[in-house]
Design a protein. Structure first.
Length: 117
């Protein structure tokens, strides 16, 4: 397990009732539905560590336009998910915000209410 995977795991598991499962060989995080996956060693053409995360409507285009750290991930990008590079100087507070937004996007209302409590 790399430091990147451990940091993402800690952030995800701090959210209410999140479960971790391995999906396609990488850690994935679920709040009833999957909301994030970390590729600590890269994935296909993206050889840098990165995160794929669900995002609210419109967030993908906004984040991609804001920084080259963000990209449209394969397989899930068409659903509005965001890819986030986790190499170089990582702003972990920003990663936590992206993960919380992804969680809110897919989690049932009951779990979102627990997060807000």
């Amino acid at each position: 397990m790399t430091d990147v995977a451990a940091r993402v795991r800690t952030l995800c598991l701090a959210l209410p009732e999140v479960e971790e499962k391995v999906s396609h060989g990488a850690p994935a995080f679920f709040a009833k539905k999957q909301f994030a996956q970390v590729w600590a060693d890269g994935h296909h053409d993206n050889r840098f560590p990165h995160l794929w995360c669900a995002a609210p409507p419109g967030a993908q285009a906004e984040l991609i336009a804001s920084s080259d750290r963000f990209f449209r991930p394969p397989y899930v990008g068409h659903r509005g998910w965001i890819g986030m590079r986790l190499d170089g100087k990582v702003e972990w507070d920003e990663v936590a915000e992206v993960l919380q937004d992804g969680y809110r996007t897919v989690a049932p209302a009951r779990l979102v209410a627990l997060l807000d409590a």
